[in-house]
Design a protein around this ligand. Structure first.
Ligand SMILES: *Cc1c(COP(=O)(O)O)cnc(C)c1O
Length: 232
């Protein structure tokens, strides 16, 4: 069995390799370690191996981990799962990034509830790039309005887009959705300050995502192993 440190090392090497293939500098792609459902001790192991960015999907679980590790003040916590309105306050109080914004209401509440002594909350809009019925994320046609709204919120800093492309796509489907995503990203990246993050790519599609411009890959299974309970 490999240790978390060894798997993290392989994940970083995989990113560097994909970056090379794409003729991009390896440091232009960040690694978010997705620690959902995994214990604090796993996060500590990754931390000791140098990892600083962690992603959580479930509000309660993420907040508990952030509190347990509050003494490690260089950890950057990213919320990447859906947020119910009654949970926005604890998210605004404990996270550094929220990547899963897909409606004005959530954005407004996070803005209003961000404590005054904390820096602006970094946010990404989650876009439902393949227009899937079941999936969270704003429709591409509704993106512009949401972006305008977020730009007006002074406690939010709009950093980019997050997407979870369709599972098990054909090569053509994957190319189409990744290139559509890249085109939308470039449009805003070229016109807005701070809009520097294209969060796409997981354990299974990291290579393809990096080839088409991802700046942040979100890796869970390949670092921490399979999850005990089968939540997305
Ligand atoms: C679980 C999850 C990941 C990580 O997925 P793996 O397949 O375990 O690498 C990435 N992004 C989101 C939004 C997730 O929910």
């Amino acid at each position: 069995m490999q240790t978390i440190a060894e798997r993290l090392d392989s994940a970083r090497k995989g990113i560097d390799q994909a970056a090379n293939n794409a003729h991009r500098p390896p440091n232009s792609i960040k690694l978010l370690a997705v620690s959902k459902t995994k214990p604090v001790s796993d996060i500590m192991e990754a931390y000791e191996a140098g990892q600083r960015m962690f992603g959580e999907n479930y509000v309660q679980e993420g907040v508990e981990k952030a509190q347990a590790l509050a003494h490690l003040n260089d950890i950057e916590w990213h919320m990447i799962g859906p947020i119910q309105s009654n949970k926005t306050k604890v998210v605004a109080e404990h996270f550094d990034w929220v990547q899963s914004i897909d409606r004005e209401k959530t954005a407004k509440r996070l803005n209003d509830q961000r404590p005054a002594n904390m820096p602006p909350l970094n946010v990404c809009v989650q876009i439902n790039i393949d227009d899937e019925q079941s999936k969270s994320g704003v429709k591409p046609s509704e993106l512009a309005d949401l972006i305008t709204f977020i730009q007006s919120q002074e406690n939010l800093r709009l950093r980019g887009l997050m997407a979870i492309p369709k599972a098990d796509p054909t090569a053509d489907e994957q190319n189409m959705s990744l290139s559509k995503l890249k085109e939308i990203f470039d449009h805003y990246h070229n016109s807005l300050t701070n809009f520097d993050t294209l969060s796409v790519g997981m354990s299974s599609d990291m290579q393809a995502a990096i080839l088409s411009g991802s700046t942040m890959v979100r890796i869970g299974t390949a670092i921490f192993g399979k999850r005990e309970y089968p939540k997305a």
